[in-house]
Ligand binder design. Structure first.
Ligand code: NAD
Length: 424
């Protein structure tokens, strides 16, 4: 399992999300009661999880689960293993999940969880025992109608498999809808690996269509060539877009005639940058500043800042990474009429397919890849259309503000229907 550094990226996301929400709450017509309502999470659980290590010694790990809001349905959000997991950040990430689920109209609230552990220090046996022990301690707070975890930083289908099995042992019944991102034989969904990238590609295709443009007419630069960036580059290439530059943490490559990404789709080295003698090397900074139609940051947070925003030439930015554009950069890009399709919309495809997995588990009817893709397209394009509709009626606010506003309005509407907020 690869170890992912998270701390800086997630701090960025949490701080920016809060300041963006404040902006929206101040400008939109929300009541004082509504403004205060989402200040705190609904439930915060702190657990001590004892695990017997290979040495025979027992170590106790801290684990957290936050259910931020459940107005629209059971909590949904990842469970991560990381040494710097801490409760305030888990709360904010659970809040972000609340907005994301509401925005793409899936009947889930927002949740997040974490275990304070450096997974690199665990043997595979210790990792399995930790996953099972976490489920034993956390299960009173989870449920397919209560709160549903998923893989996150440093957790994966294997960990979800151990956890769903442990839950079955506790309950005496196999209940696959308790967790998503499971291995296929345990009720996982087809299409999960490419869901985030495909969801973003559908949003972009629809955005272009709404502006009377076609995907085959555009040039694209993609920063990051991992699960999200690699897949979206291949998908857009296979749909006829011209991918002129791609990068990873080591370098960027450029080719005016187009880089062949789709051809590497089925190779084992799926995260290796495409190579060809005709491709030129480029710096990552230069990739961001290319004159392309669409720039797709798919690597890290805070790549477009007040420092380089003036030099961005792409008229459309599709945020596949979380928080790649800072709030200061947002303002500069808006002055230059650059459209940012925000992360909470562009990269929501993963949680949508998690929802499909939950539906399949609950109905015991399993969908083929074609149906997953069709349903994903419907959800993503509808979410975009709703955000764009808001844009028609509002004044000079950006797609990010509209997205936050759409999500908040839906949550408050459900809260009012439940009688937890005063009816207007
Ligand atoms: P990943 O680890 O699979 O890939 C990250 C890629 O970015 C790698 O190719 C890496 O080499 C590259 N990279 C790292 N530093 C770079 C730099 N300075 N310049 C250029 N490239 C750099 O990660 P991922 O799962 O593809 O996630 C990427 C982003 O998308 C993250 O912000 C993540 O939070 C977000 N995201 C991912 C998912 C998902 O389903 N995987 C869902 C929502 C959001």
């Amino acid at each position: 399992m690869t170890h992912t550094p998270i701390t800086r990226e997630d701090r960025n996301i949490c701080i920016d999300c809060k300041s963006r929400m404040q902006d929206v709450l101040e400008t939109a017509r929300f009541t004082d009661e509504e403004r205060a309502f989402l200040d705190k999470p609904k439930r915060v659980v702190t657990l001590s999880v004892p695990v017997t290590m290979d040495s025979g010694e027992v170590r106790t790990f801290n684990a957290y689960r936050v259910l931020y809001n459940n107005a629209l349905g059971p909590g949904k959000g990842g469970l991560r293993f990381h040494p710097s997991v801490e409760i305030e950040e888990v709360k904010k990430l659970a809040f972000l999940m609340t907005l994301k689920c509401a925005l793409v109209h899936i009947p889930f609230g927002g949740a997040k969880g974490g275990v304070e552990v450096d997974p690199r220090t665990l043997s595979s046996g210790e990792r399995e025992r930790l996953a099972r022990a976490v489920m034993r301690e956390m299960h009173p707070f989870l449920g397919e109608r209560t709160d549903i975890p998923a893989p996150d930083v440093n957790t994966n289908a294997e960990i979800m498999g151990y956890m769903v099995d442990e839950y079955a042992r506790i309950k005496g019944a196999f209940i696959p809808g308790i967790i998503t991102g499971k291995p296929l034989p345990l009720g996982g969904s087809k299409g999960r690996e490419t869901a985030t990238a495909l969801g973003g590609a559908y949003v972009l295709k629809e955005y272009l269509k709404q502006h009377r443009r076609d995907i085959t007419d555009i040039t694209v630069a993609v920063q990051g060539y991992g699960n999200v960036g690699g897949h979206i580059a291949r998908i857009l290439d296979s749909w006829g877009a011209r991918i002129v530059a791609v990068s990873d943490s080591k370098k960027a490559v450029y080719c005016e005639e187009g880089i062949s990404c789709a051809a590497t789709y089925t190779t084992r080295e799926k995260t290796a940058l495409p190579t060809d003698p005709s491709y030129q090397d480029l710096t990552n900074e230069a990739l961001l500043e290319l004159s392309v139609d669409v720039l797709i940051p798919s690597a890290l947070s805070h790549q477009i800042t007040a420092e380089n925003a003036h030099r961005i030439h792409a008229p459309i930015i599709l945020e596949m990474a979380n928080d790649p554009v800072t709030p200061e950069a947002d303002r500069i890009l808006a002055e230059h009429d650059i459209v940012v399709i925000p992360d909470i919309l562009a990269n929501a495809g993963g949680v949508v397919v998690s929802y499909f997995e939950w539906i399949q588990n609950n109905t015991n009817e399993y969908w083929d890849e074609e149906r997953i893709e069709r349903e994903l397209e419907v959800r993503m394009t509808r979410a975009l259309a709703e955000v764009l509709t808001q844009q028609d009626t509002a004044t000079r606010a950006n797609l990010r503000s509209h997205s936050y506003r759409c999500a908040l309005e839906r949550i408050f509407e459900a809260e009012r229907a439940r009688g937890r907020l005063t009816r207007r």
